[in-house]
Design a binder for this molecule. Structure first.
Ligand code: ZN
Length: 203
């Protein structure tokens, strides 16, 4: 199982990190060892002083596909979930400044919270899904899939031109504005609409 992550998919988050707006989706991968085990706390790694939360809608791939075309994209996923793409921002900035790959800052062990999933059929409109992240009871990120630069079906088509998508693979669809540092003792709760999708304690 692989995690395909999309960077810079929300204009307001591109602005907050002073990044350039991309002309194509930015893609990176996390290995299966990045998934934080259910109910486990997130332990801040000792190689970073500045780990950020990035709350993201997740597409769960339902069957194998390659070079998927737009008219068939909806057949390749049945479930939508919510998670966190933890990012060692200090390390990522160093790597970006040197023009090096981001993996150490993005793909480290337990860097991906994968919360609950909901059937796609629960949503009247996939392009209007509100989601949010609370840190210690305060909303810190508030997004909606309507604000994604590339929509879910476009991401399925685009990523499948490079990587064969397999059943169980996850696509993290990018984060809206409001990313920020996590500290030991924080409690992070993710919501789709008003529904709690995960609770993660930071230690
Ligand atoms: Zn992200």
């Amino acid at each position: 199982m692989k995690l395909i992550c999309i960077g810079r998919n929300y204009a307001d988050h591109i602005t907050e990190l002073a990044n350039q707006r991309p002309t194509e989706p930015v893609i990176f991968l996390k290995p299966d060892t990045a998934v934080l085990n259910d109910e486990s706390p997130f332990v801040i790694p000792d190689f970073s002083e500045n780990v950020h939360h990035e709350v993201e809608l997740i597409i769960k791939i339902g069957k194998t596909g390659k070079h998927i075309t737009p008219e068939f994209a909806s057949q390749y996923f049945d479930e939508i979930g919510l998670g966190i793409d933890f990012t060692a921002r200090d390390l990522q900035d160093q790597l970006k400044n040197k023009g090096l790959p981001w993996e150490k800052s993005k793909a480290f062990d337990s860097s991906a919270v994968v919360g609950d999933f909901l059937p796609k059929s629960n949503f009247a409109d996939l392009n209007n899904i509100p989601f949010s992240l609370q840190k210690n009871g305060e909303t810190v990120q508030d997004g909606n899939s309507s604000l994604m630069l590339w929509k879910m079906e476009e991401l399925i088509c685009y990523t499948s031109t490079f990587f064969t998508l397999k059943k169980g693979d996850l696509i993290f669809t990018g984060t809206p504005a409001g990313v920020g540092k996590v500290d030991a003792g924080d409690v992070l709760k993710g919501f789709i609409n008003e529904q709690l999708m995960f609770t993660t304690k930071v230690i």
